[in-house]
Write a protein that binds this ligand. Structure first.
Ligand SMILES: N#Cc1c(-c2ccc3ccn(Cc4ccccn4)c3c2)n[nH]c1N
Length: 238
């Protein structure tokens, strides 16, 4: 899968993608990430990318021309790609949308603005407008990295098998269970006995109860379409 990122801060993307799961996926050739500096698609000597908003108001707005020139440059190879604009006004990004992107797109262009946003006319050239959450960031780059990271984790072969279950439980509609590792006793804080028991059935049930308990406490909105068994466990918790 190929990601092309348009930004005025390429170093934000370039620094992050070298590490962790993404770094490994890049080295395996499962993923390719190309970053384009929007300033390279300007036509003035100062490489200007923003201007004052029509109608007045605080802050600056990013001009359409660099985005247009960059998008036309990418489209010149006539290969299919999904163009995604990161924006506070976008549709909510979820694990389900990450799965959809992974399944449907061989290449994605992630368009990152800054300042108070970008000229509305850029949206005529994109396929999706996406937001990663109900809070205001300073630009689209962190959101682009969230999307790249979550989509790459879903690509077969990108993760070791032991990690893929994490996304699976989330997809089933509840949060993850608690994790513990050595030492067994840290300043009197002990690992739950059941995890030391070796009884895999008991451990699985404990983990499911804990996952449902955490979900009930922090994200009750996720508790939909539970299996009858999960519903039974949940009722015990209430
Ligand atoms: N995805 C996502 C985002 C963003 C986001 C994305 C792109 C830009 C380009 C500029 N800004 C700053 C800004 C500040 C104030 C009002 C408008 N825009 C962005 C913010 N904020 N929160 C999210 N979940």
């Amino acid at each position: 899968m190929k990601f092309e990122v348009l930004t005025i801060f390429p170093e934000i993307i370039e620094c992050y993608i070298k590490h962790g799961v993404l770094g490994k996926a890049l080295n395996k050739g499962i993923v390719e990430v190309k970053v384009y500096n929007l300033r390279d698609f300007t036509s003035d000597k100062h490489k200007k990318v923003d201007d004052y908003p029509y109608g007045g108001g605080a802050g600056m707005v990013m001009q359409i021309e660099p985005f247009y020139n960059a998008i036309m440059h990418l489209k010149a190879d006539e290969k299919p790609r999904k163009l995604v604009l990161l924006s506070p006004q976008g549709r909510k990004f979820t694990q389900k949308l990450a799965q959809k992107f992974m399944e449907e797109s061989k290449a994605m262009v992630l368009i990152c603005g800054r300042y108070e946003g970008i000229d509305e006319r850029v949206k005529a050239f994109v396929d999706e407008e996406v937001s990663i959450g109900d809070y205001v960031l300073s630009g689209g780059e962190l959101a682009a990295l969230v999307i790249i990271d979550s989509v790459v984790r879903l690509i077969p072969g990108a993760l070791g098998d032991e990690l893929s279950a994490v996304e699976d439980s989330f997809m089933k509609g509840f949060l993850d269970y608690p994790h513990y590792t050595r030492p067994e006793d840290f300043k009197g804080m002990k690992v739950p006995e059941v995890l030391l028991s070796g009884d895999h059935k008991k451990i699985a049930l404990w983990r499911k109860r804990q996952a449902l308990k955490n979900t009930l406490k922090n994200r009750p909105d996720l508790l939909k379409n539970l299996s009858p068994e999960d519903m039974r466990i949940l009722k015990e918790l209430c």
